[in-house]
Design a protein. Structure first.
Length: 146
């Protein structure tokens, strides 16, 4: 198992993982291509048995102290094997290397796996955001100092 920067050829696998993982607010090919072309992001994949098994996307803004973990997902059959943890650690390392003082993210408060993952990595709950997702459900914002 290893984590590496994504290549153009990984986009199809990433979108398939995204479609399986989320009901709403999915990353589309168009959005992903737009984000990548701006260059102020890091897209990582975890590779297991030579296949892309998960991804993490970190966004940066010029002059901002915070990096934002915009998305993280592992394909269903590979969950619970430590791949999410590997991706999160790699995302934090990229953000640290790019000089971010902290990394933030939003998650559905009912997403127990994600909440446990973030909590156990030292993220702190910052606040509840109002209607946030496309279906108007709320999100929690989490932050971790780097
Ligand atoms: C959240 C997600 C990325 C975690 O990836 P994963 O590879 O399954 O996670 P790991 O195996 O590395 O587990 C890391 C920790 O996450 C938590 N966790 C993972 N799966 C869990 C589950 N089903 N229930 C509760 N906690 C869980 C645990 O704290 C676990 O640590 P532990 O094994 O020491 O208890 C994965 O479940 C996923 O892709 N979910 C769908 C997409 C998603 O919700 N992404 C987050 C959106 S903000």
């Amino acid at each position: 198992v290893r984590v590496r920067a994504a290549r153009a050829a990984d986009v199809g696998a990433i979108l398939a993982i995204e479609d399986e993982a989320f009901r709403t607010d999915r990353l589309t090919r168009r959005k992903l291509v737009r984000l990548l072309s701006r260059g102020n992001c890091a897209l990582l994949v975890v590779v297991a048995r030579r296949e892309v098994a998960g991804y993490a996307l970190v966004l940066f803004r010029r002059g901002a102290a915070s990096a934002r973990l915009y998305g993280i997902a592992v394909r269903a059959p590979d969950r619970g094997r430590g791949l999410g943890r590997r991706l999160l650690r790699a995302a934090e390392a990229v953000a640290r290397r790019r000089g971010a003082a902290r990394i933030t993210l939003e998650t559905d408060p009912s997403n127990e796996a994600a909440v446990r993952l973030y909590r156990s990595h030292g993220f702190r709950l910052v606040r509840r955001l109002g209607p946030y997702y496309e279906d108007s459900s709320p999100a929690d914002r989490w932050s971790k100092g780097l």
